[in-house]
Design a protein around this ligand. Sequence first.
Ligand code: CA
Length: 217
Amino acid sequence: MLRILIVEDEQAISNLIAVNLEKAGYSCDCVYDGIAAADALDHTPYDLVLLDVMLPGADGYELMRYIAPLEIPVIFLTAKSSVTDRVRGLRLGADDYLTKPFEIIELLARVETVLRRYHKTEQILTEGDLVIDTASRTVKKNGVQVNLTKKEYELLLLFVRNKNIALYRETIYERIWGGEYMGDSRTVDLHVQRMRRKVGWEDRIVTVYKVGYRLEG
Ligand code: CA
């Protein structure tokens, strides 16, 4: 299980991040100031750090200098939208940044992308009775290959990587089809329904009233 350190002094934000990352299958530790962060980094080999900029103790920039030699990927969390702050973080070696407030699906996507860049994502994903090989893009159910179209495969992966999170139809549309959602939910509904039928997950991918769909696990 991949381990993520969350360095964020606003407890509500920290909790929100931790709960959702844990739902998505990551193991998380939360610290609330710069000193505790340095201490945690000394004792645990983390796979990723989510780092708030404004912190008591040592701020995110100082911590970044501490983390850099450890070669752990870092995503900056910043309340500031100023370009200088983002550039400063990236220049110090951060891999990405998120400007607060952010949506959970955006956080999960950034985490996933950064971990993939460091080859830290698992190539084989096992979820329930399915085994997904992300290298060959094949799916097996109880050892038997399930034939999915490209879009169905991408949809399945989106659900698996956002387990227990309600995904809006427009989010699904934008992520899988690209481009702006024009309010026609037929495309999303048809593909989700066919995909879940093919993998036999009619009872696991549920319809969320007025929202879209959620993979329950
Ligand atoms: Ca802060």
